[in-house]
Design a protein. Structure first.
Length: 273
């Protein structure tokens, strides 16, 4: 009996230390410990969650997608955009190079400007009474831009005062005859061609003794030219003018076709229209 009481007393001390009786819920302290354990476990759980989040964030930061987005082809294409600009420049340049119209216009002779005045058969330049310069004649050869094709030259022993009705009497003192033509290299366009004639050979006594046709660009422009008849006698200037002569290949050609005696010419003027 005494032994049993001692056992009960010992058990009572134990429960007293624990702070509860058998079958009761843990005391406040016990709850705190339990809660602490729970809280600690809870604290550990977010740690894992944060770690996971950190990992996720880190992955997000490291995300090649974002980096690739920053390095996006759009940016690269933007950096390569000069190719497009170069293309635009190239197109502009190409248009500039393909614009023969502008180039030809730049090289064209201004409208109304004399391209050339030729003092046919003369070996010296001549300035007429109006101040116009007539260049000395020359034969056409490869490499030259103009000249006579074949023919002979003659100088008449006449007083310039004997040539009336012109401001350029000097050009009628010389003549080229027996030529097949003249050729001139000029920019494409339309031209006015003036041809100067005068019968100054005393071997011609009447109309019909020297007759010829003049072709320009292959077409008969002046037919049955008779300097003696057209001028009304010897040493009488005759000027024949053709407008709208079109040049499309850079060459202006004048041809002479003899009908009676040799064709002759004293002066040539070419003016851009």
């Amino acid at each position: 009996m005494r032994q049993a009481m001692m056992i009960l007393l010992a058990m009572g001390l134990v429960f007293a230390v624990i702070g509860c009786t058998p079958g009761d819920e843990p005391s406040g302290q016990g709850r705190k410990i339990e809660k602490a354990a729970t809280k600690t476990e809870g604290a550990k759980v977010p740690t894992k969650t944060e770690a996971e989040k950190a990992a996720t964030q880190t992955e997000g930061e490291k995300a090649p997608t974002k980096t690739e987005g920053e390095k996006a082809p759009t940016k690269t294409e933007g950096e390569k955009a000069p190719t497009k600009t170069e293309g635009e420049k190239a197109a502009t340049k190409t248009e500039g190079e393909k614009a023969p119209t502008k180039t030809e216009a730049a090289k064209a002779v201004p409208t109304g400007k004399i391209v050339i005045r030729v003092n046919c058969a003369s070996d010296a330049d001549y300035t007429d009474q109006a101040g116009n310069k007539w260049v000395a004649d020359q034969m056409w050869t490869e490499g030259k831009t103009w000249g006579a094709v074949e023919g002979n030259t003659a100088t008449r022993n006449l007083n310039p005062g004997a040539i009336a009705g012109t401001q350029a009497p000097g050009i009628y003192l010389t003549e080229r005859y027996g030529m097949s033509g003249y050729r001139f290299d000029v920019p494409n366009g339309k031209y006015t061609v003036r041809l100067h004639f005068a019968e100054t050979w005393d071997g011609i006594k009447a109309a019909g003794e020297r007759v010829f046709t003049v072709k320009i660009q292959g077409k008969p422009i002046f037919e049955n030219v008779d300097p003696f008849k057209d001028g009304g006698g010897l040493a009488k200037p005759v000027v024949k003018e053709a407008k709208g002569i079109e040049v499309a290949d850079g060459k202006l050609a004048i041809e002479f076709v003899e009908q009676a005696q040799s064709a002759e010419i004293n002066g040539i003027e070419i003016m851009a229209e």
